[in-house]
Design a protein around this ligand. Structure first.
Ligand code: PMP
Length: 398
């Protein structure tokens, strides 16, 4: 056993009894290179982080420049840090004009927490609405929103009250009234099994939040920056949220999250009391430098268009898997879910696919669904390799 694996097994706190356990030596483009000399095609992109692939030269150069200039110099929000301010301006410039204030964090969950605090303080209300199947992170507030009772129950009591509504069902709107501070929703549920709501639901939800004064918070942590075939998934529905939460691809492989709203809403965090929501490392300059380089690449290459066309082609091929073991295939852009007849089959499929050199995984709140979310830069040849490996894996289930 390598020293790395020994340390991993003996000292790294584990998140499950069955980690994938690939020992990574390095990563480049769409490939992970393992310590045993094998290479694996990365069809999950670090769960949506590596949108432009691994080891992009522009990202590495930007990190090197920033590292030489300075690392951390002061907690978030006190000094004018060029790279950080530029990242805020860049994100604001990509979003609709009503989302022009950007609070930078370290992670998606931390951004969700900030969004919840902002909505509560701004509205003076406390109750929240979230959705069955939802995943928003694992801190206490984000976990309270989780749409899977088995993940919430062992950790209660959690902040609340939280009302859980059925995802994509307009009858859910009855739960949203004048007591609700915020409604938090993913425009596509990824961990919920790649569930895509119909536009009528999202439009009705938007209207209902306006009518009741509830703040509509869209969690675009996974869907943001091109994954679904639009720069932001809310564009599919022609709606604009009151707040949007970002992370994952935002940092270009470095840790970075953000929550964004208009100046009036975000201003609530800077007074009564001042410093009521602060962070030491949020918007770390090296993360911002990496993220700016990645965003430049995503925007200059219009990678959301690639996600749409390449994703549609891949989805058509994966639809060919539908049969006794595969019940359905759902997808939007380069986010595709393969729903198996039972969780055990999905788990075997994942193991068999990985053993053939392609990394896929199942989704947290729907473990019969296998997720495909490769870098948006993945090539046609690489996709051929992936489809062939998955076909062979599927054949072993019979
Ligand atoms: N929201 C969504 C939709 C996510 O997919 C995730 C992470 N998988 C999070 C929030 C939490 O982000 P983080 O792990 O950076 O806290």
């Amino acid at each position: 056993m390598s020293e790395a694996r020994d340390n991993f097994e003996r000292h790294l706190a584990q998140t499950s009894e069955f980690p994938i356990g690939l020992e990574i030596d390095h990563a480049q483009g769409s490939w992970l290179y393992a310590a045993d000399g094998r290479r694996y095609l990365d069809l999950i992109a670090g769960i949506g982080v590596s949108a432009i692939g691994h080891g992009h030269p522009a990202v590495i150069a930007a990190i090197e420049r920033q590292v030489r200039r300075h690392l951390h110099v002061m907690v978030y929000g006190e000094f004018v840090i060029e790279t950080q301010a530029k990242m805020a301006a860049r994100v604001a410039g990509l979003l609709p004009a009503s989302l022009d204030r950007v609070y930078l964090t370290n992670s998606g969950a931390e951004a969700i927490e900030g969004a919840l605090k902002t909505a509560r303080k701004h509205t003076g209300r406390s109750a929240l609405v979230a959705f069955e199947g939802a995943y928003h992170g694992d801190t206490m507030g984000a976990l309270a929103l989780a749409g899977n009772e088995s993940f919430r129950a062992p950790f209660g009591p959690l902040p609340g009250p939280v009302r859980h509504a059925v995802y994509g069902d307009t009858r859910a709107l009855g739960m949203i009234d004048e007591q609700i501070a915020a409604v938090v929703i993913e425009p596509v549920q990824a961990e919920g099994g790649v569930r895509i709501p119909n536009p009528e639901f999202m439009v009705a939800l938007r209207r209902h939040c306006y009518e009741t004064g509830a703040i509509l918070i869209l969690d675009e942590v996974l869907t943001g920056f091109g994954r679904t075939g639009r720069l932001f998934a809310f564009e599919h529905f022609g709606i604009v949220p009151d707040m949007v939460v970002l992370a994952k691809a935002l940092g270009g492989g470095m840790p970075l999250g953000a929550f964004c709203a208009n100046g009036k809403l975000m201003g609530t965090l800077s007074r009564n009391p001042p410093l009521g929501h602060i962070t030491t490392f949020g918007g770390h300059p090296v993360s911002c430098a990496a993220g700016l380089a990645a965003l430049d690449f995503i925007v200059s290459q219009r990678l959301w268009e690639r996600a749409e066309t390449v994703g549609a082609g891949l989805r058509r091929r994966v639809e060919g898997f539908i049969g006794p073991d595969v019940r359905a295939v759902r997808g939007i852009g380069l986010l595709i879910g393969i729903e198996f007849s039972e969780a055990a089959k999905a788990h075997r499929f994942v193991a068999e696919t990985i053993s053939r050199g392609v990394v896929v995984n199942w989704t947290l709140n729907a473990d019969s669904v296998v997720r495909i979310a490769p870098p948006l830069t993945i090539s046609e040849d690489e996709l051929d390799f992936a489809v062939e490996a998955m076909e062979k894996a599927l054949a072993t289930l019979r």
